[in-house]
Write a protein of this length. Structure first.
Length: 317
């Protein structure tokens, strides 16, 4: 097919995305302000163009085929690029934003940190959709951002991929989280006490952020107790009550969970490296007005996790 013969338009790409998101022709038609027959006709045209069913029935709804899922990601990117062609910064209105934004959240960041951001986003852009993507330690962040699977991410990274842009949102203290009746909660631990404690670990912990910070502080526990190993960092606070276990965490993560569970936050009694909370995004979305808006919301979120006296940083690295 020659480019000039291509029957695709921005409108039918938008219809395709809406159908995939709703999984129902009637609901999609309502969102698009179209009649159901007109929406069904466009779906038929799209099936002819792509030579694929795109949506198939499963129970009471329609689910996208593998080809449709791949088309959806590309269509979202194309629609975003088309918006940039006709919008100037002074004309951008979040109220008109009708696309999905995926925010990657590293497992060392408390999800509660994003509550205010999502509330503000819903008020300013009621038609936009937000997906929170968990980012485990071995997640290919650069690859996900390059193909549009993740738009922006926040987390504590030891080494940021060279191809990503980033801003340091804050530097926060690293602390320990323990049961409220733990001996450390009543008597400040020494370096020797911490070295001999039972610490929750990640598999192969040497490359795990808390483990690296512990090593930098001189906690060289070569004889670690490895009977309890974590595969999910967010699970960790729930394993602490009623035990003598110790979890290394950022101040924000620790204080958030100490407010929900019978836990105590133990501040470091000796010099200890700080942890940087960083926001990252890909070069391809650097000038996107919608992406800039989302990054602005994240940059302005209340950083309850920054300990008193910690320096908040808003400078682009």
């Amino acid at each position: 097919m020659r480019v000039l013969d291509n029957p695709l338009t921005a409108f039918n790409l938008r219809v395709l995305c809406t159908l995939i998101e709703e999984g129902n022709v009637t609901n999609a038609a309502r969102r698009l302000n179209l009649s159901q027959p007109a929406t069904s006709l466009i779906l038929k045209q799209l099936r002819d163009i792509f030579r694929d069913e795109l949506l198939v029935r499963s129970g009471g709804r329609m689910v996208p085929t593998d080809h449709a899922q791949a088309l959806y990601r590309t269509a979202q990117h194309v629609l975003s690029e088309l918006n940039e062609l006709i919008l100037r910064p002074e004309e951008f209105e979040p109220q008109t934003l009708d696309q999905t934004m995926t925010i990657g959240v590293a497992e060392t960041v408390s999800p509660g940190l994003l509550g205010t951001v999502l509330r503000q986003a819903s008020l300013q852009a009621p038609a936009a959709r937000f997906v929170l993507q968990r980012l485990p330690a071995d997640f290919d962040l650069e690859g996900a951002m390059a193909n549009g699977a993740v738009d922006v991410a926040i987390g504590h990274w030891l080494q940021m991929p060279v191809g990503l842009k980033r801003t340091i949102l804050a530097e926060e203290e690293v602390v320990w989280l323990v049961d409220c009746n733990h001996r450390f909660a009543h008597s400040s631990p020494s370096l020797e006490d911490l070295s001999g404690a039972r610490h929750l670990m990640a598999p192969g912990g040497s490359a795990w952020l808390p483990s690296v910070l512990e090593t930098a502080a001189g906690l060289q526990r070569t004889a670690r107790d490895q009977r309890i190993v974590l595969c999910d960092y967010l699970m960790a606070p729930h394993l602490l009550p009623g035990t003598d276990l110790v979890l290394t965490a950022g101040y924000g993560f620790a204080t958030h969970h100490a407010g929900l569970l019978p836990l105590s936050v133990i501040k470091c009694p000796f010099p200890y490296p700080r942890s940087q909370l960083t926001m990252a995004w890909h070069e391809r979305t650097d000038h996107s007005l919608a992406q800039k808006w989302v990054r602005g919301l994240l940059s302005a979120m209340p950083l309850y996790g920054v300990a008193p006296g910690s320096e908040q940083m808003r400078a682009t690295a």
